[in-house]
Write a protein that binds this ligand. Structure first.
Ligand SMILES: *Cc1c(COP(=O)(O)O)cnc(C)c1O
Length: 375
């Protein structure tokens, strides 16, 4: 059995090496390292894959979030509602623009934004709602969009962990993560479900005017070179990364299926461990398993993590401190107890190895180790 890793980028690379090497070599031969044709081809292909009318590539997922807020004119004095249980990117971009992150709690079962808490958080200063599709499962977007519409605020989706996840609306319409709100943000960080070999990101929108503005913002606020209409910044997807992504997008459905198979193995093998709570998948969304994150009850998380580590099984805590209790966001004035579900999650969550190359013997070893764990 090969050593178990949280994410095995090497084995995946070796499996599709000829295609990737050829694509990268092609860029080297062209020397069109910035804004070469693979960048625009990839945007087209991603647009086709996701059903998003417009796709604008950029430097990374954090930049995508930042560009989204800038394009919607969010700044000083504005409030943006976001879940406290998320990666810090979601929060920092709001703060960097001088706007105020307003945290809501998340659901016990899905780890996603608690839509019941959402409406109570709306004030006259609210400009946008920023739900996160955490671990690869869509947040409950129908109520989010309804609240946004009712209060005339924008919706930016942080779909960085959920490329390809499908959400079904009550009328039967199916949409992909990142294509439901005003703007959707993706990250192509190497370990993401669609990852390149460096940094990368993208924005999605169904509004052509907004798309034009987003594209300009990522290009120093300029539509015509050396004429700057907006305050922007420089955020580009490298041509080499776009070439890698073109190859990998081709394999994305296969990648997502491999993750799903590994997840189903975990579900089946771990269902009788009574001090573990397995992640729930809601009827109206698919789960793309960026992470397979369970909750370890009875205060046993650290002990399990240690035990697994002794058995050469890596595991990770995403995330050990919710955003509202991070020192950097102390100035917002939140206290322990304000968002109890997020706080509880941060003490109980544990993510197991999850990637496209997990073998049956590795999965069996991981699960047997947990089932036989003397805790
Ligand atoms: C990865 C991630 C980001 C940031 O993406 P980068 O490409 O690393 O900047 C933002 N939000 C969430 C939820 C993420 O998982």
């Amino acid at each position: 059995m090969n050593p178990i890793q949280m994410v095995d980028l090497k084995s995946q690379y070796l499996r599709i090496k000829p295609e990737l090497d050829a694509a990268i070599q092609h860029v080297l031969d062209s020397t069109a390292f910035i804004q070469g044709s693979p960048v625009f081809e990839f945007e087209q292909q991603l647009s086709q894959y996701t059903g998003s009318k417009c796709v604008i590539s950029c430097g990374n997922g954090t930049d995508a979030l930042m560009a989204a807020l800038l394009a919607l004119g969010i700044g000083k004095g504005d409030e943006v509602i976001t879940p406290a249980f998320t990666f810090v990117s979601t929060v920092e971009v709001i703060a960097l623009l001088g706007a105020t992150p307003v945290f809501v709690d998340v659901c016990e079962d899905t780890f996603n934004m608690d839509v019941h808490a959402l409406e109570k958080a709306i004030t006259a200063k609210t400009k946008a709602i920023l739900p996160v599709h955490l671990y690869g499962q869509c947040a409950d977007m129908e109520p989010v969009l309804n609240v946004a519409k009712k209060h005339n605020v924008k919706v930016i989706e942080d779909a960085c962990q959920a490329v390809g996840a499908k959400y079904t609306f009550p009328d039967g319409t199916v949409k992909l993560a990142g294509t439901m709100g005003d703007i959707g943000c993706l990250s192509f960080f190497p370990s993401k479900n669609l990852g390149c070999y460096g940094d990368g990101g993208a924005l999605m929108t169904q509004d052509a005017d907004l798309a034009e503005r987003l594209r300009a913002i990522c290009k120093h606020g300029s539509k015509v070179k050396y004429h700057h209409q907006y305050v922007g910044f420089n955020s580009r997807l490298d041509t080499i990364q776009a070439a890698v992504l073109q190859v990998k997008l081709h394999h994305l459905d296969g990648f997502l299926n491999a993750r799903k198979s590994a997840a189903y193995y975990y579900y089946k093998a771990l269902k009788n461990v009574n001090w573990i709570e397995l992640p729930e998948i809601k009827q109206n969304t698919t789960h793309t398993f960026h992470q397979f994150t369970l909750k370890v009850k009875e205060g046993k998380r650290e002990a399990l993590k240690q035990y697994l580590s002794e058995k050469s099984i890596p595991s990770m805590v995403y995330y050990p401190v919710p955003a509202h209790l991070q020192p950097a966001y102390h100035f917002l004035g939140y206290q322990e107890g304000d968002l109890p579900v997020s706080e509880q999650h941060s003490k109980e969550v544990l993510s197991l190895p999850m990637h496209t190359e997990l073998s049956e013997d590795q999965l069996q070893y991981i699960c047997q180790t947990i089932v036989n764990c003397p805790l």
